[in-house]
Design a protein. Sequence first.
Length: 846
Amino acid sequence: MKNILLLFLFLFTFSNLSFAQKDYYFPGETFSEDIPSPYSYLGYHVGEWHTRYDRMVGYMEKLAESSDMAELKTVGYTNQLRPLIVLVISNASNINNLENIRNNHLKLVDPKVNMPDVSNMPAIINLAYSVHGNEPSGGEAAILSAYWLLASQSDKAKEIRDNAVVMIDPAINPDGRDRHTNWANMHRGFPPVADPLDREHNEIWPSGRVNHYWFDLNRDWLPLAQVETQSKIAWYHTWYPNVVGDFHEMGTNSTYFFEPTKPFGSENPVVPRKNYDEINNKFAGYFSKALDEIGSLYWTKETFDNSYPGYGSTYPDIQGGLGLVFEQGSSRGHIQSSQRGDITFQFTIRNQLKISLATMEAGVKERIYMHQYLREFFKTGMDEAAKNSVKSYVFGDEYDESKNRLFLKLLLDHKIKVFDNDRDISVKGKQFKKGKSWVVPTSQPQYRMVRTMFEKVTEFADSVFYDASSWTMALAYNVPFEGQPGFAAGKEISSLEMQELTFPETGNYVAYMVDWSDYFAPKFLHAIQSAGVHVESNALPFTSLTDQGEKEFPAGSLIIPTAFQKLNAAELRNVLQVAAKESGQNVFASTTGFSKAGIDLGSNNISAIQVPKVLMLVGQGTSQYESGEIWHLMDTKVGMPISKVDLSAFGRLNLFEYNTLIMTSGNYSSLSSGQLTHLKDWLSRGGTIIALRSASQWLQSQGIIQEEYLSIKEETTSASKPYASRRDESGAQAIGGSIYNAYLDNTHPLGFGYRVTEIPVYRNTSIFFKPSKSPYQTPVRYTENPLLGGYISPSNLEKVKQSASVLVSPVGRGKVINFIDNPNFRGTWFGTNKLFFNAIFYGDKI
Ligand SMILES: [Zn+2]
């Protein structure tokens, strides 16, 4: 009884506290009784709890069932199988007529089609929330925005329903959002605790910001490495919204941010000036009015980078729409103290709601203007293409069919037109073969995306970058490419057809062989090793007479002798055939071990490939992104399970059960001296450590490796500078993310599978190691003129020129493979992934 009374008192107090919430969010509004309110569905007022994603979806379903003005679409699924939804809201006649509206709207993006009459065309407005799962106010505002738009009896809501199709993504990253939702709810106090140090406000590793694979989805709109973004982009190109709102949160002590962003430095070079100079300011008027009405403070024109096309607020700018980033100072939890007093979850939600409504209002008021701009964007793209001296880009890697196809898929997913190359050509000394290369004309509606994929930019209006300053995707894929002054090609390709593969007829073979040059060769190797196949590899090249004629096998090829196998001949053949099909590999076979050139198949320069037993240290202290990139890479590109062991569990580890240890950037100082001794012992007895970036610094600080840092004496000056300039000065010294050319030793096991001796690498660190003192242990080092794209200060560029990108430090019988640049950056550096694969499969051969 006492308990029931307490519960009653508790509920009473609780609902009393929140009873005024309708007035808080929607003062003076009348709502239709036919539409269920968030409270009636959730059982609490928005802002009292963090709403679980399944409940959010449930409410959106309920809205769609209750009204003929809403339709719910599922556009994909997350890795954890949560549906990715878009709730479409407009008046009933528009909802019944969506396909016609869409087809009419799409005429705006095709300059070849006559301009449709836009006077009655609704604005297409996409409100997208909480791409960072631990920035939760957006998702809650989505619930209120959807309710308001469907149920409000106001003229304003009616005007929006009649003149816009509003598409609400309540959460772009549901897997991450639920991680944070559970965290905030499970630590909620009664009353809630505002102390910023309370556990509620401090998530553990991995944070809700990232998705299942610990990726930041707000960097993925260009690379499309993750399923959430792949689905989003496929959907995006069916609608080309006029306006896209991208709702975030920032530090608790900040107020609210909306665009315009900082002029020039944070703007994308291919976006028309009109977007920044005119449209952003036009929309800013609506946002400032909305927040002024409730006395909420805000800022604009400072920071927040808007240049990298992988942001959800930048990509729409390269698709003829207006992408808008919104940032609310976070309560991260239910209430948190800030410099301006306590910030409640409700307060953050209300600001996001006001801005959501203002975005819809602006989209409707500027509807005709935005339609004309969408048309103009694609038209001026064609005009600019006509002035560009580069008329087409030709690309293709003769030896890596899988990587070609991955790059082709990226281009097609971004709706770039690609054609077969129907002749052998040579451009600036590079050979492009018929059937193994493709041509992208610059004169096409997606001209600005073509530039994004292929252009190298080294000149900038500003020197302070919040993120990447270069993103040339053709360099990230390391696909040979060149611009050319003409355009000639075969037929346009619309989809990727199945690859034609070769596999030997049944025969009496001495060995099967697979070239290691293909991107998915490691997937093949892992599959057959898992099936118990004994595999060897050559340290020097040879030419064999195979079932397909004479073929050269460079160092690092896979050799599968038919002798020494546990499987019988038929079983072996079957395993190889299945693995080859699944990984897209060509398999060759020879009836003799006697080579036409180079070493024979029984040579001492051919040795067994050890089966990797890989452990990656993860958790607090290590890099969430780098660990996620490796996990995702090994799962999706190799199909190989790796043990992810928490750094705090190191004490329970027996390293001798593994042969390869991955250490991502981070702080490993939590290891005890006993644990350190175990690590050193394992290493010196033959273990391989793959260390990324600051992990190498830590190993150096512990004396485990003895390399040399590069230091260049910089000119010091005692001249005074304005205090206010100090941030920009230090920002200019940071290396935000840029692309460099490096020499590659492809005779080194880490260089196996590469047919080139120079490769582009991605650097976003200021760690500079000198090349190894051993002449053989710096397989990747920068060239004398290394900058390919992006911003770097002159003094940092000097350091880059003299430093190593990858170097190996032998330690006893083991070694540390140091990656000073991240070979797996954002799941998109296909060109350097092979260096990492080599570290895993060939690490013991160094
Ligand atoms: Zn964010």
